[in-house]
Every structure is written in C-alpha cells, then in structure tokens.
Design a binder for this molecule. Structure first.
Ligand code: MCN
Ligand code: SMO
Length: 776
C-alpha cells in the first residue's frame, strides 16, 4: 500500500498522543526549575498607583520597573490611520483589561508561586472602562490609549457607488448582526518554559506555539538579544486555533526572568487564566444593507463592520487583521458588482484580539449567509436556489470578485446542489410541513463560503503586515540506515502536518511513512518558517517538502545508478527501493554506500549528498481558495427556545486531498467549534468590564451530546497554482456553522415571523424572540 498523497492513513503522532507519551511544555522538567504565577489586574481600566512586594520576597516578585530593559510589545502596520499600542509584558502605569499581567512571582512550585502572588498588594485607581465597541467608536468616549485621541486601531474603507442602487433596487434588505466574544479553549493551555543555556550561549524557550521562528524573532527583539542567542522549541502542542500564533506577554516576561535569575522558569496557563485573559476573539457587529432584484439576484451591498479588538495590538498580526479581512471577505463567494464597506477596529478594555480559526470569516459568513436567506424570504424563493444563482458560476472561473479576490478554481453552486441532495431538501420541505401541523418546528439552513489559504507575501502586505512571507523551506534527508528525515520550521499542533508532510515525502521517495521521521518546531534544527496559521501549512510546507523530496529522489537515482550500473534516468523508485528493470537496491544499500562505504562509489561521485533543503512559493501570490457548503436541519423547541441539530452535512473542495482521514477530523473538529460559535459560546462582561464567564460552567463548550453526527462529501478541483493542486482547509469548517444553523433556526421560526440575528443563538434569545412574537 502506498502512503503517499491521497492515502487514508492514521496519524503518526496519535500513538504517543493517545497513550500519554506526548511531550508538552507541562511535561518538561529541567534541573533547578521553578514555576511562575502572575498577579493579574482585578479591574478593567485603571492607573497603577503602587505595587508592594511581600517583605523578604522582593527577589521572587517582578514588576514593570524590574523589566526596564524589556521593550514593550509593539506590532507595527504599514496601513494608514493605524494606531500602534505598547503592551508592557507586565503592566506599567495603566492596566487595560481584567487579567492583564501586573507582577510575576516565582517559587519552587506553582502553589507557592500562587501564594506569593496573593501576597502582592496592588493599588489601582479605577478609570471608566470602555466595554461597548459601538459606543467606544464615537467621539467623546473614555479612551483606552489617551495619546491617540480616539479608540480606533484602524479604519478601512471600500468605496462603491451604492447611492444609485438605493434609489433603484427593487429589493432592499437592512439588518444588524452581531457575533459574541469567544476564547478558543485548546485542550492544552498556553505554556512557556525558558532557561539560559550557558554552553550554547542561548536563551532556550520551550513554548506552546504554532509559530516558533516568529516567537524567536519576537523574544529577541523585545528582550534586546541577537537572534542567535535565542532558540525556541515548540514541543507537542495540544491545539492552537490561532491563540498560539502571536507573542504573548507571558512568553516574554518568563523568558526575561529565566535569563535574569539563571533558573529554568515555567508558566502554565490554567483554565481560568485562559477564560479571562484569553477571552479575545470573534466579537463583530454588522450594519448591512443589501440590494437585489425581484428574483433575489444581489446587486450590491453597503456594510459597516465594527470589531471589538480589546486593549492591545498583538505581535505580529496586529489588532487589525480581523477587521481588514472582514471588509475584504464579506462578499465571499458571491458575484455582485457594487460594494461599499467601512470597518472599525475598536480598542476596548478587554484582552487583546488574537486570530481564531477562520479569522474574520465566521463573522462575515454569518452576516452574508443570513442576508442571502433574508433576500430569499423577501422575494419568496427557496434560499438555496437564490444562493446558487448568486454564487460565482463555474464557467466564470478563475474569477476576480468585487474586492479583487482572485478565485482560482472550483464550482461553488455545485457545492450547494450537493448539500441540497445529501441533506434531502425536497423531502425535508414535506416533512417540515407535516411537523408544523403537529406544532413541531423544524428548519433547514445552508451556508457557503470561500477560505483563502496559503496567502502570498502581497496579501499580508496589503493587510499592513509586510513581515509575513508567502514562501517556505524544508529539508529532506536519507539517514545512514536508509530511513528518511524531514525538517520543517512550520509546526504540527493538532492539525496533522507531522503525518501529511511525511506523506508528501513518501509520494516522491515511495518509502513508507513509518520510516519517515518529521521534526518540526525547533528553531535550532529546522529551516526558517513563519509557522502554522492561515491554513498555509499543507500548501507551503507541503510544497517545500515536495520540492526537496523531488530533488532528493533525483539524487537517490544518481547514487542507485552506481550500484545498479545503469544511467540515473533508467532508475525508477517504487516500494521504497530503486529499480533498474527487475534488479533493485534498497534505500539502506544506497545510504550505506554514501555514508559508510564511499570506496564503492566512483571517484567523480556527486558530492551534494543525500540531504536537500529547498524553498517553495506557489505560482500565485494571492492565495488559493477552498470553498464549502454546510447544511443543517434543526428543531426548535418553542417552549424552551432550545435548538437541537438533527442533521449536518458538509460538502468541501480543498483541491488535492493529502489525507482524507485527517480532513474528516479537520472538518468535524472545525464544525464542532463553529457550532460552539453558533449556539453556545459567549464571553460576557458586566458594565465594569468584569468577566462573568470565568469557568467552564459559565462559558459553555459543546460536547458530544450537543453535536450532530457530521457527514462529509468532497470535490477535488486541483488548484492550477500549487504543487499537487493542494489548497489549504484547516480553518474552513469553523466558518460556516453560524450561518447554516441560524438560517435553519430562522427557517423553523417562520410561523412566528421573527429572526435571530445574533450568535450564539442561546435558548434565552430564541425563546425571547418567540415570546415577543406571541405578545405582538
Ligand atoms: N490537509 C490535507 N489535504 C489538503 C489540505 C490539508 O490533507 N488539501 C491536511 C493537512 O495536512 C493538515 C490539515 O489538513 O494536517 C490542515 O492543513 P492546512 O489547511 O494546510 O492548515 P495548517 O497546516 O496551516 O494548519 C493550520 C490551521 C489553522 S490556521 C487553524 S486555526 C487550525 C487548523 O489548522 N487549528 C487547529 N486545524 C486545527 N486542527 C487541530 N486539531 N487543532 C488546531 O489548533
Ligand atoms: S486562526 Mo489559524 O492559526 O490562522
């Protein structure tokens, strides 16, 4: 059996993950290691008057004044109107959200460090908190960063001539939508263990991250070290979801204190710290007007998007990635000509916004997909029909949309047709009518989106981030025993690259993946990579491994030709061996000759060896687009407002599939998170900015009982612009559930003539809408 591209094989990493043998930051124990605990701000906004360290413990407690040689984290952007923020790893002068780090305490155990943290006294003069982004946007609001004179990290603008449409369009739909603030809750929290290695002359930082090379740059820049003095190692990482692709202040202060004290120091995020200080994503508000003709064909759209990005701009992706992407992505897979959009990235007294699986698109997809259904209801047609007619037609591919996104390939309407068929739309309408007659409320909803992946240099530059390249390198090598080693500076943090990169190498070298060892995440031994985010891993790291493995396969043939006494061109690789006609040699023979028996090789032997590093960049700089349609059937209980998902179907096209089994996991896991967004998850604050959802009893994550049995179908339209035709897909499934589920809820609620336009659609919101309708 081949284990190359397309093989449905189990993940190499699962044995150690499932048998408790994985090595996370929390599993590492170094000699003389101490643990850290943070004193965190109890108020959302305030001026620090004094911090008193407990008597006799001054050497174990660190505050901003101690870290005076550390530069604040400052993410720059090349976009005009951008306001940068300085985030001191330990707050200096002001605190700007509940949970912001104020002091760092170290002790032999975490319990002792926490006791020490309790004994630190902080005196903070409270300031009026900025909690509501729509109010904070207005002039005269209290300021999170006084020096700006407003609360705006950034505003962006797409200009389209919408006024003409306002007068002429037969159908005008106006809506406001909102999505709740969330946190990602990876199974493994964030964690960092740093120590100074005197022998290497390096600060070694073990950290739970998706982007080890970027963290190395960040730690060295803000600590004022040469990059050669820092080595970052991401061991096993138990999920990241975007939370772990930025430099966290804790990473910096723990690194500093390890260097200062000469002791290995570890901080492990606990669940409450995550729910409070990591409460940082997805909070969008939309004011939207859509214009359509009598059949529901979209003519144009006017949008205002406000994103509540919290107090600081994260490094390196800034506070603006979300809103900048939202403005460009709102038109999504739809074909229409006029678009006006204004976005605001608003500073509030909440934790700093970080990217979360889907970045901006779960919000825009929710807003757009509800609007499509609202248009369909207004013109009295089946929403999926209206959807199909508005999507970019296959015949128009490749297609440049109204925000200049270049859709490389695919058949978007067909994905809806597939979803209609598999969820059983026509049969459902009959069943729905019968159920309604019995007082039961079933609904069906669809949601379609595009997922840009493998963004090029120019795409990030256009978002104000010129430091993010659209290329990648990888190393592939044959060991002296004939097995294979792959090294990539990207990281495998749950999504399965450790296996799929081995599959790409296996594709060229034909050796079984069990003999391919993949090393990632250690800046000391891997080629530079900015890491795993934006669904770039498979295309970029996969492309680099593919190129390196292809070159290496050529070298293997050259060496095999000596042993087989033929021409390199006549050598064929199959089953992990090199063949000339019926004769063959194994990789072990070839490797032995090169490494251990050079006397067997000719004098003019090719000295380049059996180790190849290659770089890769897709043939297009604008990214490649995966797309999918999700379809859901729900039942709404009109007495409780509770929503049960009866069926859920996903039809997806991510180009060439490297591992269909992993892709199922990606789709089901992503959709589970999207269902959390749609129905359950919501970080709440009171008027003072105090978080009300600081335990998992208050912040509701969906578990198996709340999730449907997902079904998945695939098309495989190869991208013309990437190696093997691969497109990225890791974020995709988290994007669509909000739209599919709430469209289904609104379909179920049609007899009540109400709509839900806010997620999560919790029972109180659904029941509230029903009760208002009954009262009216
Ligand atoms: N894949 C494939 N065939 C393709 C495309 C992808 O088999 N045509 C596989 C890849 O090999 C990889 C996975 O699907 O194992 C996702 O690949 P890709 O879309 O390239 O995404 P990345 O490797 O860059 O992973 C990052 C992406 C992002 S940005 C988030 S957020 C996310 C996600 O992946 N976070 C995850 N999936 C996650 N899955 C888990 N379990 N945990 C997370 O934190
Ligand atoms: S949110 Mo994924 O790490 O781009």
């Amino acid at each position: 059996m081949t284990t190359g591209i397309g093989a449905r094989i189990e993940r190499k990493e699962d044995r150690r993950l499932l048998t408790g043998q994985a090595k996370f930051v929390g599993d590492i124990k170094l000699p003389r290691q101490w643990e850290a605990a943070f004193v965190r701000s109890p108020v959302a906004h305030g001026r620090i008057r004094a911090i008193r360290k407990p008597d006799g413990q001054e050497h174990r407690v660190f505050v901003a004044a101690d870290l005076c040689d550390v530069r604040p984290i400052r993410a720059e952007s090349s976009l005009p109107t951008y306001n940068a923020s300085d985030q001191y790893p330990l707050a200096k002068d002001k605190v700007r959200f509940v949970g912001e780090c104020v002091a760092l305490c170290i002790a032999p155990t975490r319990a002792e460090a926490e006791d020490l943290a309790e004994a630190v006294e902080i005196d903070i003069e409270p300031l009026p908190p900025v909690i509501d982004a729509l109010k904070a946007r207005q002039a005269g609001a209290p300021l999170v960063h006084e020096e700006w004179g407003n609360n705006l990290f950034l505003t962006t603008f797409f200009d389209g001539d919408i006024e003409a449409l306002r007068k002429t369009a037969p159908v005008v739909i106006e809506r406001e939508y909102s999505t709740a603030r969330q946190c990602m809750n990876p199974m493994e929290g964030k964690g960092t263990l740093a120590h100074w290695d005197e022998r290497a002359g390096q600060l070694v930082v073990y950290t739970s991250t998706q982007v080890p090379h970027l963290i190395r740059t960040g730690v060295s820049e803000f600590l004022g070290l040469d990059q050669g003095q820092v080595r970052v190692i991401a061991p096993d990482v138990g999920g990241g979801f975007g939370y772990k692709c930025v430099l966290q202040p804790e990473e910096l202060s723990v690194s500093w204190v390890a260097r200062r004290t000469g002791r290995p120091i570890r901080w492990t995020e606990d669940r409450r710290e995550h729910l409070v200080a990591g409460a940082n994503t997805r909070q969008h508000h939309y004011k939207l007007t859509a214009f359509a003709d009598e059949r529901g064909k979209l003519l144009g759209m006017d949008a205002e998007i406000t994103v509540d990005v919290g107090a600081y701009s994260v490094w390196p992706f800034t506070a603006c990635l979300e809103a900048a992407q939202a403005g460009g992505n709102l038109p999504g897979p739809y074909d229409f000509g006029t678009y006006r959009c204004r976005t605001w990235s608003v500073a509030t007294n909440k934790p700093a916004f970080t990217p979360y699986r889907g970045v901006a698109r779960p919000g825009v997809c929710f807003a757009m997909e509800l609007t499509i259904d609202a248009i369909a209801r207004a013109v009295g047609r089946e929403p999926s029909e209206v959807r199909k007619e508005n999507l970019v037609a296959a015949a128009k591919m490749p297609f440049t949309n109204v925000t200049k996104k270049f859709y490389d390939s695919g058949d978007y309407p067909e994905s809806v047709a597939q979803a209609e068929r598999h969820i059983g739309l026509s049969e459902f309408r009959t069943r729905q009518a019968a159920a309604r007659a019995e007082g039961r409320h079933l609904g069906i909803g669809f949601s379609t989106f595009t997922e840009q992946s493998a963004h090029g240099t120019k795409v990030f530059a256009a978002w104000g981030l010129p430091l993010v390249p659209g290329y990648e390198q990888a190393m592939v090598k044959i060991t002296p025993s004939g097995s294979v080693e792959v090294r990539s500076g990207n990281h495998s943090f749950g999504q399965g690259l450790e296996t799929t990169l081995a599959q790409v190498a296996s594709e060229w070298l034909t050796i079984d993946v069990s003999r391919i060892n993949v090393t990632m995440g250690d800046t000391g031994v891997t080629p530079y990579s900015t890491g795993a985010y934006a669904s770039r891993g498979m295309v970029m790291a996969g492309g680099a491994v593919s190129k390196a493995a292809e070159v290496l396969a050529g070298r293997v043939k050259t060496h095999a030709a000596h042993l087989l006494q033929c021409k390199p061109d006549d050598v064929r690789l199959a089953d992990g061996k090199a063949w000339f006609k019926e004769a063959h040699v194994g990789f072990d023979d070839i490797a032995r000759a090169w490494y251990l028996r050079p006397d067997q090789l000719p004098d003019d032997v090719e000295t380049a060896g059996l180790e190849v590093t290659e770089g890769y960049k897709p043939d297009i700089d604008t990214g490649v687009f995966t797309y999918a349609t999700h379809a859901a059937i729900v039942e709404v209980d009109p007495d409780t407002g509770k929503v049960a998902i009866e069926d859920y179907y996903i039809f997806e096209d991510c180009g060439r599939r490297v591992n269909p089994l992993i892709l199922e996991g990606q789709a089901f896991g992503g959709a589970a998170q999207g269902i959390g967004t749609a129905l359950f998850e919501e970080v709440l604050y009171d008027a003072n900015g105090q978080p009300l959802t600081s335990t998992l009893a208050d912040y509701v994550l969906p578990g198996p009982a709340e999730l449907p049995h997902f079904r998945l179908g695939h098309a495989e339209t190869l991208s013309p612009y990437t190696r093997h035709g691969i497109k990225g897909v890791g974020e995709g499934a988290a994007i669509a559930p909000g739209g599919a589920i709430v469209n289904a809820i609104n379909d179920a609620l049609r007899p009540f003539a109400v709509e839900i336009n806010t997620i999560p659609a919790t029972p109180d919101k659904v029941l509230g809408a029903i009760l208002r309708s009954r009262a009216a």
